[in-house]
Design a binder for this molecule. Structure first.
Ligand SMILES: Cc1cc2nc3c(=O)[nH]c(=O)nc-3n(C[C@H](O)[C@H](O)[C@H](O)COP(=O)(O)O)c2cc1C
Length: 219
């Protein structure tokens, strides 16, 4: 039997992508997103308009998409509830966001120079895609305040162990992407660690026995 729960969040599970962009002063910004999908050598990225990443992508028209494995859940969680914007938007401040100018250091991640674009790669990520932005579309209507970016992949770097020898293909058994599902971190089908993003969004708590319950004052 199906029910109609009026879902508040439709994050059914997608790989986490770390988007590096260049700030106006030449430093790097880094933001986790999970609204990303791929077709051919292009990616579509969904970003809220309040993010510094959005402004950087519109101005600089380039980025690196670094894909963390599930082993990097702690690093990604350190970036949750941070923004590269010094003027933290009011809505984000209420969710617990803080300004973080040094995203790589805050996450304990390492900048690695790119070959073709100015933003750096994330050295610890097994897959890194250097991209240029080819289009930006308003997404979800005016109330949504979001932009869908079309990015063309210019060069893909893959950890050698993950490439099937003598082919141009990733070994799907070896690649264990970090998945974000309803604001929680998953890898290999299992929940990995508590998620600060889930706190910021007031997602249902999980009791030690595994049962999920609404937070007090939320539904
Ligand atoms: C795991 C994870 C996934 C996220 N997915 C998205 C997303 O798909 N789109 C988005 O706009 N923000 C997403 N966020 C929130 C952004 O990271 C957040 O808006 C951040 O402040 C952007 O940083 P910036 O302002 O420095 O660009 C996600 C956060 C986490 C931790």
């Amino acid at each position: 039997m199906h029910v109609v729960p009026g879902l508040k969040v439709l994050y059914f599970g997608t790989p986490v992508v770390l988007v590096s962009t260049r700030n106006e002063d030449g430093t790097a910004n880094l933001a986790p997103i999970s609204s990303a999908w791929w077709l051919g050598q292009c990616a579509m990225l969904g970003l809220g308009d309040a993010a510094r990443t959005t402004a950087n992508l519109l101005r600089e028209r380039e980025c690196v998409l670094s894909l963390p494995s599930s082993a990097l859940a702690d690093a990604v969680d350190r970036l949750a509830l941070t923004t590269g914007r010094p003027d933290v938007p009011e809505k984000k401040a209420k969710q617990g966001y803080r300004y973080e100018p040094e995203k790589f250091a805050a996450a304990h991640l390492t900048e690695q120079p790119s070959d073709l674009v100015r933003p750096p790669r994330v050295a610890e990520c097994p897959v890194q895609l250097e991209c240029r932005v080819v289009a930006a579309h308003p997404f979800g209507g005016p109330a949504m305040h979001a932009t869908a970016f079309q990015a063309e992949v210019l060069r893909t770097h893959v950890e050698e162990d993950l490439v099937v020898p003598d082919t141009h293909h990733v070994d799907p058994d070896g690649w264990d992407p970090l998945i974000m599902k309803f604001c929680e971190f998953y890898g290999g089908g299992h929940r990995l660690r508590p998620s600060r993003l889930a706190d910021g969004w007031n997602m249902p708590h999980q009791r030690p026995g595994g049962e999920r319950t609404a937070r007090t004052g939320t539904a």
